[in-house]
Design a binder for this molecule. Sequence first.
Ligand SMILES: [Cu+2]
Length: 97
Amino acid sequence: MEVWAYNKLKVIEEPPKKHTVKIFRMKFIPDHLTVKEGDTVEWVNKDFYLHDVTDEKDQKWTSKPFGQNEVWSKVVTDDEQYFCNLHKVMKGTITVE
Ligand SMILES: [Cu+2]
């Protein structure tokens, strides 16, 4: 009986996943992600220089600049378009399915 209840819970409540975006050679890799609501996205800076991750529309959130091998993460609940405020050609998007 307990085993059945456990299995049922497991099916219904899929745990949030973590997705990784690498920042390398002035690009977000991958530059598009599809996630489920509540998943975490982490950005890892593999460049020598500072980058940030900032909401592109009205800059309502930002990582602030972070350096080589540093990581910044965010729980995603909505579609997002983001860019690097230090290098505005660097762009990425996240779709919540
Ligand atoms: Cu940058």
